[in-house]
Design a protein around this ligand. Structure first.
Ligand code: PL4
Length: 410
């Protein structure tokens, strides 16, 4: 690299990011281990990435969608930025147990992309709160958007973010009465990384709190379809009063294996308004029509196929497969006496390793068992001392990983 530099200043928000993004760092350490141990088969229970083939109905939907594009009658170019009307109606009718109008559904290229756009929507002045620990995009994206300020010198997070600790002691639900002032709360249930799923009573408390304070809840329901307990809410909109204080991000990634295909959606209720009375959906629509050109029409054909009766039945069986993995991991950790949480209504198990930092526990398991996990501290200060185990993987590999853990850590 030469010495030449441009006159353009670096965006200070990027300089404010305290570390590399979590998942590439985990991947880097895995590569380093593999280079040092070339003959060893590494098993990943790290990143939450689907591994099983698409279901027949969804694969057929994608194939037919692609084939249609090869005919002059079936070809389509840019579509409606909000997504096809048919898909929006199917999402509203088939995935929600509460009334959602198709016009409130905005189809996208995935939940992560929508979270990034949300941060641009609310702007740098919005004071942000997160559950701690949390999916890192909420914090890192807020830093990039300029809404988080600089990292604290002691590594405990960012001055501009309110961290609401969620731990076994509070049933992974924040002490809202002690929360500082903020405008926007990212709340994820079923939760990544803790695997906790908020109860109806907890969500009622959350909505009542938001209404009292006048804050907006950005509810991430990316794992809603993994809820097995029928009494647990799958959407924040099952809670009365939520439509004035919440929007909800969701995704086809985890229920139907679209992590690579890319398809998601955000529900913005008509009743949700900014302080000047403007509907949030008006600006979200402007955002989507200006900075997004619509989800892939082929992906939308696959998503629509997933919402047929057969597609939904196949989705249930693919989720059952991953939750079978979760049960194996949980049982192994139980036999080892490792305190662990989640894994019943979410595809993540949150395990505690007292006396060790998360990265020490991560390295210890990688070196001893050749099993990749995700260090809890990467999800926030309250994640220190925990590891996240992902249930996404081939069954025989998950079983082998559990055998190795029991053999080496037992
Ligand atoms: C690794 C709570 C995984 N490179 O696929 P999307 O964009 O529709 O959904 C992303 C997403 C949104 N909300 C929550 C999530 O947990 C996820 C995916 N998280 C994980 O292991 O935590 C994949 C992470 C991926 C990433 O950075 O998202």
């Amino acid at each position: 690299m030469g010495d030449y530099v441009t006159r353009v200043s670096r965006n200070q928000n990027f300089a404010n990011l305290s570390a590399g993004y979590l998942f590439p760092e985990v991947a880097r350490r895995r590569r380093d281990f593999q280079e040092r141990n070339p003959g060893t088969k590494v098993i990943s229970l790290g990143v939450g990435n689907t591994t099983e083939a698409l279901s027949p109905r969804v694969a057929e939907g994608l194939r037919l969608g692609a084939e249609r594009l090869g005919t002059s009658e079936g070809y389509s170019g840019y579509g409606d930025e909000q997504g096809s009307g048919e898909l929006r109606a199917a999402i509203a009718e088939r995935l929600y147990r509460c009334p959602i109008a198709p016009s409130e559904v905005f189809v996208s290229d995935g939940a992560k992309c929508d979270i990034g756009r949300l941060q641009a929507l609310f702007g740098r002045e919005a004071r942000v709160a997160v559950q701690d620990p949390a999916y890192p995009v909420y914090v890192d994206g807020s830093v990039i958007a300029g809404a988080a300020g600089a990292p604290a010198a002691d590594g405990s997070g960012y001055a501009g973010i309110a961290y609401l600790p969620c731990a076994p002691g509070n049933d992974f639900f924040p002490e809202l009465s002690q929360a500082p002032e903020f405008d926007l709360l990212y709340f994820c249930s079923p939760n990544n990384p803790t695997g906790a799923c908020a109860t109806r009573a907890q969500l009622e408390e959350l909505v009542a709190f938001a209404r009292r304070r006048g804050t907006i809840i950005a509810y991430d329901a990316a794992y809603a379809e993994y809820i097995s307990d029928p009494t647990l809410p799958r959407s924040i909109f099952e809670i009365p009063g939520s439509r004035e204080v919440a929007l909800e991000v969701n995704s086809f990634s985890k229920p139907i294996g679209f992590t690579g295909v890319r398809l998601g959606w955000t529900v913005v209720p008509e009743e949700l308004r900014f302080s000047d009375g403007t509907q949030v959906s008006k600006d979200w629509n402007r955002m989507m029509t200006t900075l997004f050109n619509g989800a892939s029409n082929v992906a939308q054909a696959g998503g629509l196929a997933a919402l047929t009766d057969e597609g939904l039945a196949e989705m249930r069986s693919s989720i059952a497969y991953y939750m079978g993995n979760a049960a194996l991991i949980k049982a192994g950790l139980d036999r080892l006496g490792v305190p662990n949480y989640g894994g019943t209504d979410a595809p993540y198990i949150w395990a505690q390793f007292p006396g060790k930092s998360s990265w020490q526990a991560f390295e210890g398991i990688l070196e001893a068992c050749a099993v990749v996990t995700t260090p809890g501290s990467g999800f926030g200060p309250a994640g220190e001392g925990f590891l996240r185990f992902s249930a996404f993987g081939h069954r025989e590999e998950v079983a082998e990983a559990v055998r190795r853990l029991e053999a080496k850590l037992g």
